[in-house]
Design a protein around this ligand. Structure first.
Ligand code: BGC
Length: 734
């Protein structure tokens, strides 16, 4: 009896004490409370110093939590194609961990080229799982800056030239990432459409172009994707740096769009204390680092939103209400992520992630030309296939700036082809050499170019066919952060090499990896061209599957390829329009970006937006609508038949463009308003149904500062690309 008492009493006491601890548990720790209640409770427990400490970096990629209250730090990481390796606390140099080699997913241009929002959801889920596994709070991506010129070094990280396409692709990516309890950070808000003078250029453009072209994807990311954070861009807009731009951050983002997440500065993008405090920035990162080029030179305590902020608050210069708003947002992000009750655990480099990466790559590859069915190449068709070109072997996940990855593996195109066709059938020669990949530094190759060409030509002569695998890469002045390309031409002497290859063997097909359009002086002479983007870890497998016909290509271009540089809208207006005069840059082409320009000005592009071939053919039926007359709140139901008229199964990204017959303002000849990826078995026919909101036909009226749908006639066209309209129908908006 006495013995039992010894056990029962302490157990009872323990139970009572657990109950009383639970009863006292503050609301911010109680996952059953609403996030807003948790925020208010945490805020009420914090000192001024603790609040300020949350608003700036404590290391290159992290910011403080509230250690005293057990509120965790915020850990960010790039983004957007894989989860970047660990870096040192206060340096850009790598930390040398051995557990951080990730899955490299295809570049976002490839994702956009899939024209498939489902692929984007799969992408977001998978990369979100990797970020979660690595204990990241925020993934620094995706990027949705609009493709304005083919010279922008970072186009490969974005989703092309069309605001509608980018909007539809960005939303599921964010949803997928955030399902993992990891915040997406949409970047770079806004108008960061070039790398030349990215830290200082002052962008000037009309409200109309801002709202119609450059903001929609960000707005969709915030309102539909419900992004938990957004990154300000380095450049200025109307004289104010975008990391503390009152109009962009306070008015548009937070007031008009009701964004309730965190505005994070780009690294080193903050330049003014008062503006940093008052103009909508919440979290200051990387100050005194010039993008990726300088290691920390200012102690974190000296950041604008650190000690100077605290002093200003204490002296009454700054209001605590504004500080509380920042802290609320940061706490909200923490409660949505690291302190959320149902945060999953993530996964890293899983076979499913490889499969996701491969499928996206396969869906994004674009077949641009295919005379006499050069592709697909059946396994036993040729004895000897020459593979020429550096991109068949060079890592294309390394380099390019902040999106550079330490991948767990990367299957090169050459290895993919060897696996597919057998090593006895493949012979390789490099053909050109691009030099080393170094950030912000061009290291020109010292290898003798002529001897590389000669060796490649010898190989080409003896082969049945030649597959040239080239394009751009992630070197400085190519597809890379901090500088733009110098020209539209293929670099590293590739045009000369291609000409020599064609002389040696006219069965030479061209496969290009790039995130940008390139000039193709040899276009008429080559039988086939493939645009293969940057495909990530599974590059070679996806590549070989498409080349061999195991996968039927279905990607379509998310941006137009101009025949020459001056055909590009921004560039056609001269230096002030691109790259600016060193201080200002005026977007003279206004709303006529990409195909909107080519179409309206009747300039024929080399390849139009939305273009891509298949190994099969499709027949489009005539477009019809459910009604003839709509009100501006209506949903327009569009349908047409689509038939696979070829011998193999395939998918087609169908597009619907809209034009207004008579408008009170200049309107583009047509604008994309709906698309769908449709899979059809050989000979199958389907009715494709799409929906367009009548209000999506609005233009932005600068004068009234509002979206306007004018009553009158609109033409809807179903199309296989911006230059391949199949049929049209007239409707009326009343
Ligand atoms: C880039 C951002 C990136 C950040 C952190 C900046 O230079 O512009 O896109 O997320 O560095 O690496």
């Amino acid at each position: 009896m006495r013995k039992n008492q010894f056990i029962v009493v302490p157990v009872l006491l323990l139970v009572l004490s657990v109950i009383s601890v639970n009863a006292q548990k503050p609301a911010y720790l109680d996952v059953n409370q609403s996030i807003e209640k948790r925020i208010e409770n945490a805020l009420s427990l914090m000192t001024l110093e603790e609040k300020v400490a949350m608003c700036h970096a404590q290391s290159k990629f992290s910011s403080k939590g509230v250690p005293r209250l057990g509120i965790p730090e915020v850990w960010t990481d790039d983004g957007p194609h894989g989860v970047r390796e660990e870096l040192l606390w206060d340096k850009w140099s790598v930390a040398g961990w051995t557990n951080d080699s990730c899955t490299a997913f295809p570049a976002l241009t490839c994702l956009a080229a899939s024209f498939n929002p489902q692929m984007s959801l799969n992408y977001g889920k998978a990369i979100g799982e990797e970020a979660r596994y690595r204990n990241k709070t925020v993934l620094l991506g995706p990027g949705v800056n609009i493709y304005r010129t083919p010279l922008n070094g970072r186009n490969f990280e974005y989703m092309g030239e069309d605001p509608y396409l980018a909007s539809r692709i960005v939303v599921p990516y964010i949803q997928g990432v955030q399902q993992n309890g990891v915040a997406a950070c949409v970047k770079h808000f806004a108008l960061n459409n070039q790398e030349t003078e990215r830290m200082s250029i002052n962008v000037l453009l009309s409200d109309r172009a801002l709202y119609e072209i450059y903001l929609p994807a960000f707005k969709a990311a915030v309102q539909e994707g419900k992004a938990w954070s957004i990154m300000g861009s380095y450049n200025k807009f109307r004289g104010e740096n975008n990391c503390h731009n009152d109009l962009l951050l306070n008015k548009i983002l937070k007031n008009d769009w009701k964004f309730d997440g965190v505005v994070i500065s780009d690294w080193g993008g903050v330049h003014n204390g008062d503006q940093a405090v008052n103009n909508g920035l919440d979290l200051e990162m990387g100050t005194s680092t010039n993008g990726l080029t300088t290691d920390g030179t200012t102690p974190y305590s000296q950041y604008y939103l650190a000690t100077p902020y605290l002093q200003g608050l204490k002296s009454g210069k700054y209001s605590e209400t504004v500080l509380n708003d920042k802290v609320r947002r940061i706490l909200r992000l923490i409660f949505r992520t690291t302190m959320s009750a149902d945060r999953p655990f993530g996964k890293f480099v899983s076979p499913e992630h490889s499969e996701t990466a491969r499928k996206i790559a396969e869906e994004g590859i674009v077949l641009l030309k295919n005379d006499n069915q050069f592709f697909p190449i059946p396994i036993d068709k040729y004895k000897r296939i020459a593979v020429i070109g550096e991109n068949a072997i060079k890592s294309l996940v390394v380099g390019g700036g902040s999106s550079s990855l330490k991948a767990a593996y990367e299957v090169s195109p050459l290895n993919g082809l060897i696996k597919k066709y057998g090593k006895d059938h493949i012979v390789y020669s490099k053909g050109y050499d691009s030099g080393e990949t170094e950030y912000n530094e061009e290291i020109v190759s010292k290898v003798n170019a002529d001897s590389l060409i000669n060796a490649a030509v010898e190989v080409a002569k003896t082969a049945d066919i030649v597959l040239f695998v080239g394009g751009l890469n992630k070197n400085h002045f190519q597809d890379s952060e901090s500088a733009d390309r110098k020209s539209l031409d293929l670099p590293f002497g590739q045009d000369k090499l291609i000409a020599a290859l064609l002389k040696a063997n006219k069965n030479t097909a061209i496969i290009l990896s790039s995130g940008n359009a390139v000039a193709m002086p040899w276009i008429k002479e080559v039988p086939a061209i493939i645009q293969a983007w940057y495909l990530g870890s599974e590059a070679g497998n996806a590549f070989a599957n498409v080349l061999a016909g195991d996968v039927n290509p279905s990607g379509k271009l998310p941006f137009s390829f101009p025949k020459k540089l001056e055909d590009n809208a921004a560039i056609s207006f001269g230096q002030i329009s691109y790259p600016g005069d060193g201080v200002n840059e005026e977007y003279k082409e206004d709303i006529l970006v990409g195909y909107r320009w080519f179409d309206t000005k009747k300039i024929t592009p080399l390849f139009p937006f939305g273009f891509g071939l298949s190994y099969t053919t499709f027949e489009y039926g005539k477009i019809s609508t459910d009604k003839k007359v709509y009100s501006s709140d209506d949903l327009i139901k569009v349908s047409f038949s689509l038939k696979n008229t070829g011998k193999v199964d395939g998918s087609e990204a169908v597009q619907v463009y809209v034009s207004q017959t008579k408008a009170s303002v200049v309107r583009p000849l047509k604008e994309l308003k709906a698309f769908k990826k449709v899979f059809l078995k050989a000979a199958e026919i389907q009715t494709v149904e799409l929906e367009i909101k009548a209000k999506d036909m609005a233009f932005y009226n600068d004068k009234t500062q509002s979206w306007v749908v004018e009553a009158g006639e609109f033409i809807l066209r179903n199309a296989a690309s911006a230059a391949d309209v199949k049929s049209s129908i007239s409707i009326k908006i009343k």
